[in-house]
Each structure stands twice: as structure tokens, then as C-alpha cells.
Design a binder for this molecule. Sequence first.
Ligand code: ATP
Length: 617
Amino acid sequence: MSMRGGPGGFGRGFMSEEEKAKTPKVTKELVFRVFSYLKPYWKQMLLVLIAIIVSSSFNLLPSILTGKIIDEGLIGRNMDALVRFIVLSLAVTLGANLIGVLESYLNSWIAQHITFDMRNQMYRHLQKMSQRFFTTNNQGDIITRMTSDISGVQSVITGTFTSILSNTITLIVAVIAMFQKNWVLAILGIVIVPLFTLPTRAAGKTRWSLTREAQAVNDEVNGILNETLSVSGQLLVKLFGREDDEYNKYESANKRMVDLNIKESMAGRWFRVVISTISSVGPMLLYLVGGILMMKYDSNISVGDITVLVSLLGRMYGPVNSLLNIQVDWLRSMAMFTRIFEYFDMPVEIENAPDAVTPTTFTGAVEFKDVHFSYDESREILKGISFDLKEGNSVAIVGPSGSGKSTIVNLIPRLYDVDSGVVTFEGIDVRKIDLKYLRDNIGMVSQETYLFNGTIRENLLYAKSDATQEEIEEACKKANIHDFIIAQEKGYDTEVGNRGLKLSGGEKQRISIARVLLKDPSLLIFDEATSALDSISESKIQEAIDPLIDSRTSILIAHRLSTILAADEIIVVADGKIVERGTHEELVNAGGVYTELYETQFKVGLEKAKQSEEKAA
Ligand code: ATP
């Protein structure tokens, strides 16, 4: 325990410029809020407090008993007393250590339980955050808050709080004991301790700045590794033949890290020399002044007393040093809590209305009434969208890239809410429908298919955890992927790889169609991939979706003529507005946006497909 916050803790006492700039305002509310997390564990904390008081005092007892061992035992030549005090001293040390074990256990128990609560609360909260939150915030930041920041809380509880307590108690007991022995020497000791901790701080500062520099280089190295050793990063490096450049970049950062690490460890070495020299001056001074007092002034101070004082002095360095750092520790902890609370305080944008209803119909009917929407203030994306999709019908949304097609469909399962106007599902404003019902009954195959790392079966079961093998196979047959799957060595247990990278774009999309089918939604939304698929994959997907479109209400964001032709109606979106609507025949020669799209995109795609089909034939 005496090591807590001792010389090993140097460096902690300094804040970087960045940290200083971000220092939070420690308000009463913040402190109360932090303590509210400790409250449920007040009984255990009380026990810890008692344990700390007892073990801190017990820890000092051997130092005090040394005086008795010397004066009464050795100098008094009393064997009984000698043995008694030695045994007592050992027993006390053992007792203090045993209590220390209990204290550590309780401490870590409390810390773990508090972080357990916080992590769960945070994960729940993050899951409720809207799509906007995830597209705006850096994924790394989100993960850091979930992991490092919350783990930091643990060290605050096991470190900062307990260190303040135990160090303060140790100091108080030591000072009282010193004064009881001799006030002159006690005052001398109290003056000496802080004086000698100052150089410690100076040395620590140097090392701290080295550590930070090393950390920055380390981040750089990690960055290089992250970027170049990822699947797509490696691909880029290989395709552009940048292996040597990347190697050189890595080597130079690596070299800098090595140099800094050597410097840092040597700074630590010099630092220890300074510390040990300086800390031996203190005791010598006490011996000297104690000796002068004893010999010249014939005071009743004994050899044992001087030894006790020297020993207590040695025990004070650590606590004083660490208490000098407490302010910074405290501010750092508060900064961490502030960052965590910032996330907790972000309002949940999209949640179940208190009077949410669960429709009893399953028609998949959707209506947009003069819908306006913007992701942020800078730009309105949807400017008054209105259309009506009746049960069993299908609509194809087409338009130039960036015109707002995906945005329109995102509003239906409430990934975002409208700014004005209404989106209805089953004839009810989506904001009034029970979220679970809403999302359960909308099946969305998005442009970017996301598969989890796992087997094909696991990915399919994500849609319906209790699906039977027959159901799975039926969905896969409908999605035109069953034959591909059983042709694999492990069939449905084939691993899809990191995010499904082991599968082709077309295979992934067909698996995700099967996944949506398992869900059996009343409305199907299909956001067709813009990226070109070969005509075989394309026709397989087409074969898969054609019957689906016929059998249920669907919205298709279409880039290919074949998909467009499968729909009952075409809506042409340009710059956030519906500019044309009708059937292919009506629109193709109208001379509007659709005609242009047809000439530049659909027709070209069609010709290409024909060509490759001919080639294949
Ligand atoms: P594409 O055919 O290329 O997929 P799209 O018509 O589906 O395009 P949307 O994805 O709806 O277009 O995007 C419409 C506009 O909104 C684009 O200009 C895009 O930059 C912007 N946008 C899309 N998502 C966000 C977002 N999360 N935050 C801010 N702006 C966004």
C-alpha cells in the first residue's frame, strides 16, 4: 500500500496542453452525478473505508514499534521485550496485509460492478441512437468511449478515490506519531518531505513529455498498420505497387519509436538515481539534527525515537508525492466522466411514442404526404415528396445519383424522421407506430450488404432466430442462392469471412435477400446496388426479386431497366423532388429526366448485358 502513488507514479502529475484545454468545469452537479453511480454500493464502500483506515494505520505501526525494539529491547537489553515487540510488529504487518487483500478485493468488486452498470447503460443508449448519430460520429470515438473511457472509471475508483483516502490517513497518522516523539524533528520532517518531492516532479515532467512523444509515434505506427494491413488497404498497396514506400514509412516511424523508447527508459534510470540520492538526504538530516539534540541539548530523545522518525519520514514521500498529483488525477477523472456523460445526455432522437399503436393489418401500404427532410441545416434533401403505394403494388424509384432515393426509403422504417409532412405505413403516421412492429414488417435490402463474420446460416438466422432448416432453404431458394450454398463444401455452415468478404457482391446481395425473406415482411424495399454486377449475377438477382415484387408490396430503388420494368409504376426523383411518374412506355419518350436516364444509363446497361449474354452463349 505504501507504494501507492509512490515514485512509480511520476508523470501522472502533469497535463498535456490538449488536456488543459479540455479540462472540464467541475460543477456540483457533475460530482453528484459521479457519486450517484457509487451510491448503490455504499455498504461495500463503507467497508473499504474502514479497511483503509485500519490498514493504513497498521502499516505505520511497525515503524513506531522499531523505536521500542531499539530502546527497550536492544539498548535496555531486555530479551522479553525484544521478542514481544518483534512478534507484535510482524503480526501487525501480516494483519495490515490481510486487510489490504480484503480491501483490494472489495475495491475491484465495486469498480467492476460500477463499470458493468455503466457499460450496459451505454450500450443500451447507443443502440437507441439514430442513424444520424452513427453517420456523424467517428466509429473509433464511439468505441473508445465504450471501452477506454469506461475502463478509466475503474482505475478512478480503485486508484484515485482510494489513493486520496489512504494517503491522507497515512500522512495524518504519521504526523501525529512524529509529533508525539519530538516536535522539533517532526517539524523538520514535515518541511523536508515536500522539498524533496519537488525534484521528483521536475524529473517526472521530462519523462512525461517523452512518454507522450512516444505515444504519438506509437499512434502513427498503429495508423500505418491499420491502414495498410486491412483487406482493402493491402489491395490498394498491391495494385499501386506501393510496398516499398509503405515499408519505408513504417521503418522510419518504427526507428523513431525505438529511439524514443531508449531515451525514455534512460530518463527513468537517471530519474531513479536522483530520487534515491535525494531521498537518502532526508534521513541523514534527521539523524544529524536528532543527534545534535540528543548530545548537545541533553533532551530526553532516544535512539529509538530518532529511528522511528526516520522510518516514518520514509513512509511519507509516497503519499505526499501522490497527493501533490491528486488535483490532476481528479481533473482527469472528471474529464473522463464528462465525456461519458456527454454520450448519455445525447437525446434519443427516434423512440417509441408513448401512445404508439400496433396496426393489425399487414398490407405494406405506404404513403408520403409532402415530405421535407434534411440531414443537417446546410441543405434540404427532400423537398415535398408525395406518393401513394397501395397493397400489393410496386414502385420503382429512379433518378440521378444523390437525388435522394435512399433517403426517401430511410424514412419508412424511421432511420430518420421527417422535418415536415407525414410518412404513413398501414395508413398510420410511422411516428405513431410501435417501432418494433414497424421494423419487423419492413424488409430492406440495402445497397451495401452487411454480413456479420460468421456462417451463412448464422447470418440468415439473424432475421429469425427460430427459423427451421426448411424455412431457411425455402427463403434461399426464392432468393436464388440455395444452389450456390449447397455447392459449398460446408453448405450452410460456410464462413462468410470478415463482413462477408469471402463472397461476391451478387452472392452477398442474394443472401441478404434471403435474410429479408425469412423475416417475411409486408413491405419489401430493395435498394439496388449501383455497382455493376456481371449479367449472370444480375439475372440471378432479377429472377429472385421478380416473383417477390409480384407477391408483395415493394419499393425498388432501381438502376437497371429490368428492375424498373418489373414495377407497376415509376417515380422519377431529381434534386429531392418527384419530377415525373408513370410507366416506362409513358416516360421513355417524354423527353424528361427519365428519357435522359434511359439514354445514358439504362439503355447502355441493357446493351452491355445483351453483349455479355451473347458472349457467354
Ligand atoms: P445513389 O443513387 O447514388 O445511391 P441517392 O439518390 O440514393 O443516390 P441519397 O443517398 O438519398 O441519394 O443521398 C441524397 C443526398 O443526401 C446526397 O447528396 C448525399 O450527399 C446526402 N446524404 C446522404 N446521407 C447523408 C448523411 N447521413 N448525412 C448527410 N448527408 C447525407
